[in-house]
Design a protein around this ligand. Structure first.
Ligand SMILES: [Zn+2]
Length: 355
């Protein structure tokens, strides 16, 4: 009988373990995620474990020691542990960083990456200061595939490993926040008294740092647009500098759902400018009032000015769409939107281009 795995639909069923990611892919993933959302990360060394780097979270820079391996099957299938997953600590690994204290400016991480076929890899983070890790006899850390799967719907999820230690599973976008918040014993400094989800608590706890990062990254983007010569400017314009940042603003504003139909599939969601990007000045390009978070279908309708909205939020449909087209496009299912005062000038511009 094979081990339980996460399937392409995010369910759990017996199957074959994902083969990757390899060490380079893991480092690239860490690099990419820690240089997203305004975090700034630089490797100090990455030839062998523990990898080292400096992470600027928007607060004090953190000196990081990173142990990271792929998460594979648990190896104890004969004992009926068909949901068990593990990382394997190589006997030759330099374990000295497990003895270092976790402080606000220095942290050791113990990470696993499961190359989930549902869409994005899932991280597991164990307590890197667990004393057993200093012993060469400690060869693995464990997690149940059900605990990994919970990251898909929860974003970040706290579990207890088989030794009773606190661990977390999370989607890659939580890596920076996890590092920002992790304290000794692998606990996170999040509000304890509310009934909010861990994901919400994490976002609340990182809010101040996030704001600092957002301001800094906006400044950097605006600077990168204005401090270039005309040729470069055109190249940057093609890349739509700041598009990722803009989309993130809207993901937050609209709760990661299409503003018109509620689709939550991240890969389908676009930060759609109300006033066309090419007509915007730098500030307008990055103004969340100038955006709607839309799925690909609704982005196409809106971007091509086949639909627009009144200041009241009511839908307007282009007269170029006949009744049968409107039916095919499910236009009648589009609800009114919430229009804030800051959105009105942009909507006026959009309406003026309605076909
Ligand atoms: Zn939609």
């Amino acid at each position: 009988m094979p081990y339980n795995q996460i399937t392409a639909t995010g369910a759990i069923a017996p199957g074959v373990a994902p083969t990757g990611p390899d060490a380079k892919q893991i480092r690239d993933l860490i690099d990419r995620e820690l240089n997203s959302n305004g975090f700034i990360f630089k490797w100090v060394s990455k030839n062998k474990q523990p990898y080292r780097g400096i992470l600027d979270t928007g607060g004090t820079p953190i000196d990081l020691y990173i142990y990271a391996w792929r998460i594979g099957d648990g190896g104890r299938i004969r004992q009926g542990r068909i949901s068990e997953k593990r990382i394997q600590l190589n006997p030759g690994t330099d374990r000295s960083a497990f003895a270092l204290p976790i402080t606000p400016t220095q942290k050791t991480l113990l990470l696993g990456v499961y190359d989930s076929p549902h869409g994005e890899p899932i991280f597991s983070a164990w307590d890197a200061t667990n004393i057993d890790l200093l012993k060469a006899t400690q060869k693995s850390e464990w997690v149940q595939v059900e605990d990994l799967q919970k990251a898909i719907s929860n974003g970040i999820y706290q579990f207890k490993d088989s030794d009773g230690n606190i661990g977390y599973s999370f989607l890659p976008s939580y890596l920076g926040d996890y590092i920002d918040l992790v304290t000794p014993g692998n606990t996170l400094t999040v509000p304890s008294s509310t009934t909010a989800t861990l994901s919400t608590k994490v976002k609340t706890a990182t809010k101040t740092h996030k704001k600092a990062r957002t301001i800094r990254s906006t400044d950097a983007i605006l600077k990168s647009i204005s401090n270039v010569d005309e040729t470069e400017r055109r190249a940057l314009t093609k890349q739509r500098v700041g598009q990722g940042y803009f989309r993130e603003l809207l993901m937050n504003k609209y709760g990661c759902k299409c503003a018109l139909c509620g689709i939550t599939t991240k890969q389908m969601l676009v930060g759609s400018h109300i006033k066309a990007w090419s007509d915007c000045n730098n500030t307008e390009k990055l103004d969340e009032n100038n955006g709607l978070l839309l799925c690909a279908h609704h982005d196409a309708l809106f971007d091509k000015h086949l639909i627009s909205f009144e200041d009241t939020g009511d839908l307007i449909v282009s007269t170029t769409l006949n009744a049968s087209e409107q039916a095919e496009l499910h236009i009648s299912t589009i609800p009114p939107i919430t229009v804030t005062p800051g959105m009105k000038p942009y909507l006026a511009d959009h309406r003026s281009k309605l076909k």
